[in-house]
Design a protein around this ligand. Structure first.
Ligand code: HEM
Length: 96
């Protein structure tokens, strides 16, 4: 589907914040039949958190505000975590 045809509130329209701001994505599905809970662990790697933050703002607040990601009508974000991984250069500097 071309960008012109894509609904403005589609996940792929809102999560795409331009060719210069990309992330590495990894979704791992999970499911528990007993508790009827299922979904995906969304993992994303970026050189700076601001890129991820922009994507989350587009998804949850919307662009323009209110035009939020349609994926949220079907999926509920339950929790989240942010990890910082220092570069080798940084580790070498820290080691003195
Ligand atoms: C329930 C959680 C999520 C699901 C099931 C999901 C699923 C998907 C799917 C199916 C695509 C299209 C892949 C393709 O066209 O090959 C996609 C694209 C994408 N998603 Fe998600 N996603 C989720 C959460 C997120 C979150 C939280 C972010 C950002 C923080 C994100 C960022 C992106 C980006 C950047 C793209 C590529 C858009 C583009 O450049 O075309 N996604 N996602």
């Amino acid at each position: 589907m071309t960008d012109a045809e894509k609904p403005k509130n589609s996940h792929s329209a809102l999560a795409n914040i331009g060719d210069d701001l990309k992330v590495v994505r990894d979704n791992m599905p999970f499911g528990n039949v007993a508790s009827n809970e299922m979904g995906t662990f969304f993992i994303c790697y970026a050189s700076t958190f601001s890129t991820v933050e922009k994507m989350l703002n587009q998804m949850f607040i919307g662009n323009p505000a209110g035009n939020y990601d349609r994926i949220l009508d079907f999926s509920t974000a339950v929790t989240g975590a942010l990890f910082f991984v220092p570069s080798m250069d940084m580790l070498v500097k820290f080691s003195g």
